[in-house]
Design a protein around this ligand. Structure first.
Ligand code: FE2
Length: 484
């Protein structure tokens, strides 16, 4: 029989009260904090001790390191767990049947991956048929990525669609960290370090090596996942912005210790370079009575983001909306930036307000959680994901350009009741066969492949008389005439 309790945090860590019916759990606050929490009083060892000869209540001590032993202190992440049984108490892992819709290694040598300059759009994924039982893990579909978890560099983008809770099965991703964005349906996530209830509009990060499972309190669910290899999500530096703005550290919520006493049969599924292994054990993996550390899953409501793009003139790059970044192995270069577009004032005067025409070295992946997209005239549906590949030119349609260059520029609020997001991915992006061939929702963006811009006019030629007058006044030949 399972027994659980929702823990309180040890002295020094304030916890939130439960959010209510939508979210019955309590949280500790503060991005990147070093937390201490115990579900039973005095379950943590005395301060100054991680591995006493005998832990309180005969718990086992176990450390999980999320970074190499030798790392700069500001990057070190680890957690000490005090649990009923150590995680090692399980049977031998067995390889499972491969999932052809999951990919982890993105190179030209992989026949399942294709690099293309084309723009694509996917989704929303259809829900599984009612007679199928598809869990969050079974419902993951890899759209693409770059790099390889064995190099500890790169990332993958997935969509998910599921209709079944995981039951007595846990998942452990040995490849990288998941950033999960539910678009429909809450995810009730139990981790070794406690519970998180994540609803559409919130993001959740679960780091590599942590065991967790997903239940679906609202029935069928779908959404987005970015998986990063060899890096962890961080808050971006604020630079000249100063000490406030963007995502505030105190708005990030971390679980409190919670444990079950359950000695029935469980299965744990691991993902290793995109392959799946499973092992059985005769007790729950969620038996951590107390823990302290910094390597902890968290969630954040993206409507708490503080956009700073109100300006007198000009426009900022979209990175001004960055919530989280993941660093690459190249110093001072990010692997990916995650930006959100929430309601905001547009105040900039004497400028062109839609995104300017541009070509970037980054791949841009745009998704829509809810509401009406306001970034361009493109119709971006809730649950869709689109991909602009590096160096491919894009921008708004001619009609939008005409309107934007003649519109009266008043202060206005855009994006009310809407939440969209963008991943900048600073590399080529390989698409999977699922994304290109098997996904029934794969499509070229309607009217976006060529003909979207076919009617763009070169209005420079409307000014030839004026230009030639100026050239003549400067003693220069007219346009179209050879110099004498
Ligand atoms: Fe763009």
């Amino acid at each position: 029989m399972a027994y659980s309790t929702f823990g309180t945090s040890a002295a020094g860590s304030r916890t939130t009260p439960p959010h209510g019916e939508e979210d019955p759990y309590r949280y500790q606050l503060g991005f990147g904090n070093y937390f201490s929490t115990e579900a039973v009083p005095d379950a943590l060892p005395e301060p100054g001790r991680n591995v006493p000869q005998k832990c309180p209540y005969d718990l086992y001590s176990e450390q999980l390191n999320g970074t190499p032993f030798v790392s700069y202190r500001d990057t070190l992440q680890h957690v000490w767990m005090y649990r009923i049984r150590p995680a090692v108490a399980h049977a031998r892992p067995r390889q499972m049947a491969p999932n052809p819709d999951i990919e982890a290694c993105f190179s030209k040598q992989n026949p399942n991956v294709h690099f293309t300059p084309l723009t694509h759009e996917w989704g929303p994924l259809e829900y599984p048929e009612e007679h199928e039982q598809v869990t969050f893990i079974q419902g993951l579909k890899t759209i693409g990525g770059w790099g390889d978890p064995t190099y500890k560099e790169g990332l993958a983008m997935h969509l998910y669609s599921c209709n079944a809770s995981m039951g007595k099965q846990a998942f452990c991703n040995n490849d990288g960290d998941f950033l999960i964005l539910p678009q429909v349906g809450r995810l009730d996530i139990q981790t070794e370090l406690g519970h998180l209830m994540v609803k559409p509009g919130e993001l959740c990060v679960i780091q590599a090596g942590i065991r967790w499972r997903v239940s679906l309190p609202d029935g069928p669910s779908r959404g987005y996942v970015q998986e990063i290899f060899g890096s962890h999500y961080e808050l971006p530096d604020l630079g000249v912005i100063g000490s406030n703005g963007l995502a505030h550290p105190r708005d990030f919520e971390y679980p409190v210790a919670s444990f079950d006493m359950d000695q029935s049969n469980w299965e744990v599924v691991c993902k290793v370079t995109g392959d799946f292994y499973s092992y059985k054990q005769n007790h729950t993996p969620f038996d951590v009575v107390a823990w302290h550390g910094s390597y902890v899953p968290f969630k954040y409501h993206m409507e708490k983001f503080v956009p700073l793009a109100c300006a007198a003139k000009e426009q900022c790059d979209p990175t001004i909306y960055t919530v989280l970044i993941a660093k690459s192995k190249t110093p001072r270069v990010s692997l990916s930036e995650f930006a959100v577009y929430t309601a905001k004032h547009i105040t900039a005067l004497d400028t062109y307000r839609p995104p300017y025409y541009h070509r970037n070295m980054s791949t841009e992946m745009l998704g829509m959680i809810y509401g009406e997209y306001h970034g361009s005239v493109r119709d971006v549906q809730e649950g869709c994901l689109s991909c602009e590949n590096p160096y491919m030119p894009h921008g708004d349609a001619y009609k939008a350009w005409k309107e934007a260059t003649t519109a009266e520029l008043k202060t206005e609020v855009v994006g009310r009741d809407a939440l969209s997001f963008m991943f900048h991915i600073n590399n080529h992006f390989g698409l999977t066969k699922f994304a290109l061939e098997r996904n029934p929702s794969t499509k070229s963006i309607p009217g976006y492949e060529g003909e979207f811009w076919d009617d763009l006019q070169g209005h420079f030629m409307d000014h030839l008389e004026e230009i030639n007058g100026k050239l003549a006044a400067a003693g220069l030949p007219k346009l179209g005439e050879k110099p004498v």
